[in-house]
Write a protein that binds this ligand. Structure first.
Ligand code: GLN
Length: 281
């Protein structure tokens, strides 16, 4: 028999050997996962003998992480803005940076909103959970992602106010919205090569690099900006997450689209992370 503490130490060593940052934290999350307990109960469990089944689950999880699979994909969950979301290899792992977009949106009044490229639904469902009067349309081109978003909508009790729908950006969208949000793919193809294998190998490429990328990663913004005016209600806001070097280019696209009150929002690292602008009445 092996105690929890010894098994954990083994996992940490294996992750360190694979040169992963955050080995200690990751190993704890993966052991709690193998035990099927919440992370805050792990310390107590470290004194216990680990059943063979738990050991096997833990070793499998450690091997996946050592091969750079993201922790969220291994455990199938990720916390975003204080709520748990189901995550699979079909969706982008919700990131803390994207909470900047949530904060910007929640400063505004809105009832009807649209989320373009919803993925796990993290943005749309957080907005619905935070605004009990809101109604959201969440679209994605990936049916596999929409399945994840629908499961998350149900788990968070928001399904009745969420329309989860397949659409190539605006193609299947109807009506006008007080708010349009998006975290579109914005990595330029050359930049993709420089990303950690955790992202480059394991996350869906269609969530990272826009279709018809010209190397800048801006293609999705061009498309969204060109059509947004037809889908925004008077005074409605368009808010998009951006890569930290894309602030000027995306603001220029917002200006060209005739949007007003264009502004940037910064993430916790101080990088420009959101561009927002509103439809002139
Ligand atoms: N922020 C993500 C990353 O750098 C990219 C997400 C996106 O393209 N929307 O990995």
């Amino acid at each position: 028999m092996i105690r929890g503490a010894a098994l954990l130490a083994e996992g940490v060593a294996a992750l360190r050997a694979a040169q992963l940052d955050g080995a200690a934290t990751d190993a704890r999350i993966l052991l709690a996962h193998a035990l099927g307990i919440p992370r805050d109960r792990l310390t107590l469990a470290l004194q216990d003998d680990m059943p063979a089944k738990v050991q096997a689950r833990f070793h499998k999880a450690i091997a996946a992480r050592a091969a750079h699979q993201p922790v969220a994909q291994i455990v199938g969950r990720r916390a975003f803005y204080g709520r748990e979301f189901i995550v699979t290899p079909d969706v982008l792992d919700p990131r803390p940076d994207t909470e900047t977009l949530i904060e910007a949106a929640l400063e505004q009044p809105f009832t009807r909103f649209l989320d373009l490229g919803t993925g796990s639904g993290a943005i749309a469902l957080t907005l619905l959970a935070e605004r009990p009067d809101a109604q959201g349309v969440a679209v994605d081109l990936s049916q596999a992602a929409l399945d994840v978003a629908a499961r998350n909508a149900k788990a968070l009790g928001c399904a009745a106010r969420a329309t989860v729908q397949c659409s190539d950006w605006f193609s299947a969208v109807q009506g006008r919205f007080d708010l349009i949000v998006s975290n579109p793919p914005y990595i330029g193809t050359p930049e993709l090569e420089g990303l950690a294998p955790d992202v480059r190998v394991y996350e869906p490429r269609m969530a990272l690099v826009p279709d018809h990328d010209d190397g800048t990663g801006l293609a999705a913004y061009r498309l969204i900006c060109a059509q947004a005016a037809a889908y925004l209600a008077p005074n409605g806001w368009l808010m998009v997450e951006i890569g930290h070097k894309q602030g000027n280019a995306v603001q220029e696209l917002f200006r060209a689209a005739g949007l007003a009150d264009i502004a940037l929002r910064y993430d916790l690292s101080g990088h420009p992370r959101v561009v927002m602008g509103r439809a002139a009445v």
